[in-house]
Design a protein. Structure first.
Length: 267
């Protein structure tokens, strides 16, 4: 049977290795949407760093569980339905702790006072978020009360290294997650793709048993725990393949599109 809802990660899963949403994949997304399946992008990216993919999918996508589950929105219009934020002083204290641990760590910070990113952040993003790099991302956030996003990166350590090392630095009240690029997102404990997907399912009145998810990275595992059917792409992290019910072809071979085409041919 066709699922009621399909949620798919973007980078490393739905997108090609070059970061493109291929014509075959767009056609597959639109085909499942046309038969009444709700399609969700579940990504480490915040919505403003996925505008190209959202526009390409058009009406082949309906909702987003974005920024590792901290922003839930309707798509393609980008209207926010639910968001998770934390006190700006907590985020600023986290930056101070990161710098004390390793001064080479760079950060990007979004608060109710704006967005700032240190040199090296934009080069790691799939698309340029705009604006100039700053020497200190904390400058300009005086008086901020709400932190919307805190991202960290390192010139010589990859995201997996940071995921392993930084929780001990930041403590139990914050979680470190992969964001789909060579950087990590720091958020309140309990904020992840699984919690975000659960919120959306409750909002839509859909049971997790009626959900199919696709993923490749460890930040997809909380989402796997929510869904009735879990599919990893062949290029996925070993822990993700182990947690999956099935493995489809790699993102280089339009693995998600292949799976959806077969699903529609054999509902």
């Amino acid at each position: 049977m066709l699922p009621r809802l399909i949620a798919t990660d973007l980078d490393g899963t739905l997108l090609s290795p070059s970061g493109e949403l291929t014509a075959r994949t767009v056609a597959a997304l639109r085909a499942v949407a046309a038969v009444g399946v709700t399609v969700v992008f579940a990504s480490g990216r915040p919505p403003f760093i996925a505008t190209r993919e959202i526009e390409a999918a058009g009406h082949g996508v309906h909702y987003g569980v974005m920024a590792n589950g901290t922003v839930i929105c309707s798509l393609p219009d980008g209207h926010t339905l639910h968001s998770v934020s934390f006190d700006a002083p907590v985020a600023i204290a986290a930056v101070t702790a990161l710098r004390a641990h390793d001064p080479a760590i760079g950060v990007a910070l979004a608060t109710d006072r704006g967005f700032t990113a240190e040199a090296g952040f934009r080069e790691r993003m799939p698309i340029d978020p705009g604006g100039d790099s700053v020497s200190d991302a904390l400058v300009g956030h005086d008086g901020a009360t709400v932190a919307i996003k805190l991202l960290a990166f390192h010139p010589t350590r990859n995201a997996h290294d940071l995921i392993a090392q930084l929780p001990a630095v930041l403590g139990p009240d914050l979680v470190v997650a992969h964001m789909g690029a060579d950087a990590v997102e720091i958020a309140p404990a309990g904020a992840d793709k699984g919690r975000g997907l659960q919120w959306l399912l409750h909002h839509l009145g859909i049971d997790g048993a009626d959900v199919l998810v696709f993923g490749d990275e460890i930040n997809d595992l909380p989402m796997f725990a929510v869904a009735g059917r879990r599919v990893a792409v062949a290029n996925a992290h070993p822990s993700v393949r182990d947690a999956a019910d099935e493995v489809t072809a790699s993102n280089a071979d339009d693995g998600v599109a292949q799976y959806l085409e077969h699903l529609l041919a054999h509902p």
